[in-house]
Design a protein around this ligand. Sequence first.
Ligand code: URP
Ligand code: ZN
Ligand code: ZN
Length: 462
Amino acid sequence: MRTIIQNGTVVTESAVFAADVLVENGVIQAVGKNLDARGAQVIDAAGKYVLPGGVDVHTHMDLQAGAHRAVDDFYTGTVAAACGGTTTIVDHMAFGPKGCSLWHQVEEYHRLADGKAVIDYGFHGVLQHVNGQILREMGELADREGITSFKAYLTYDDRLDDSALFQVLRQAREDGLVIPAHCENDGVVNFLRGWYKSQGLTAPIYHARSRPAGCEAEAVSRLLHLAALAGEAPVYVVHLSSAAALAEVRKARAAGQRHFGVETCTQYLTLTEDAYADPQEGLKAIMSPPLRTGADCEALWGGLADGSIDAVATDHCPFRFAVEKQYGVGDFTACPNGAPGVEERLPVLYSEGVAKGRITLPQLVRLACTGPSLLYGLYPQKGTLQPGADADVVILDPNGTRTLTQTELHSAADYTCYEGMELAGRIDLVLSRGEVIVQDNQFLGRKGAGRYLKRGRSCLAE
Ligand code: URP
Ligand code: ZN
Ligand code: ZN
């Protein structure tokens, strides 16, 4: 099966140029001018951008979080991803039963995802306690399952303390693995949550007040210092949300620390704590870390533009406003944390970033496609338009427009945090391994067509 995408403007992480893309059997054969189109299905991309498919390395499909379960499974969640131009996800596993082996959640996640996902997918392992067996299993999962990253939480019930984290960092350094970490100071957050509750201050805005930016900055700084102490263990800060934490990142970079990556998410770039003003509507935006101020958003855009931040993901973790989120009425601490966003990422990043001149087209590709692929051992199979790569392609019409609204989205969530946002640009077509899986916002792919990705080593481990 041959397909040629003709007359488009190809965008890579380093250049924008007129070229055709020739695809054979799901793989890119050539990118260039005057390619031999004989026998090929022709896609005309005149006037459009041709980008690599998006790579979202922070999703939580089918996540069991305490009493609640995220409402997108690996089918609905990956349909939503595909319709938003994301053709690869790396999903963060939920915690398993207390004391379980790392293999427990790997088996559970294959049960959840295999036969359901419509795009290619991988898993990050999750660390919930540390002992000799767990440290050994990290290497086993890397070798046998291609799981080369293991998430550590510095807050929540199953967090790692400094000693456990330090042991994990030494092991990661030894085995060439990367440790993505959720960075917030647990002691302060927990105290503040209890204190606000004791004062009867239970509206959604107190979710934000109880998780101040300083808590994130302290934990980011601690993670980076411990990683340095462990001999520059490869680490990755997930969902960076604040100017204060970004300052810690810049400090470490200025000090010469190299083996770390930083991610922010669409919501921290574009939404603010004003979303918490209404006690009902505010529940929709309860996530951790919380939304911050407009000044934080602008600082993060600056971090994308100057290379301080390496990737934009989503932390897609959807609950229904009408059901699960209602547990937070009158008590923000009882509201499940998380929001949908996997479908909105690329369109919002293009519109708010590229169309508004905050980042360039190659920066968009680096942050949403190539960078995440390199960081999580998927390059050059994913996130790039070059011969030999999987033919995961997004064709975006820069002259199209769109108003984001829940009824046109594909997540099982019943709201979007971006309701009513006017977007410049519109995704026309999405290809996964050479097959058109989305056309004009209609999903045309097949349940179970997604393949499990055994990942290689992160660029941070080199
Ligand atoms: O609120 C969030 N982000 N929920 C998902 C779990 C996490 O912390 O990433
Ligand atoms: Zn997190
Ligand atoms: Zn998350």
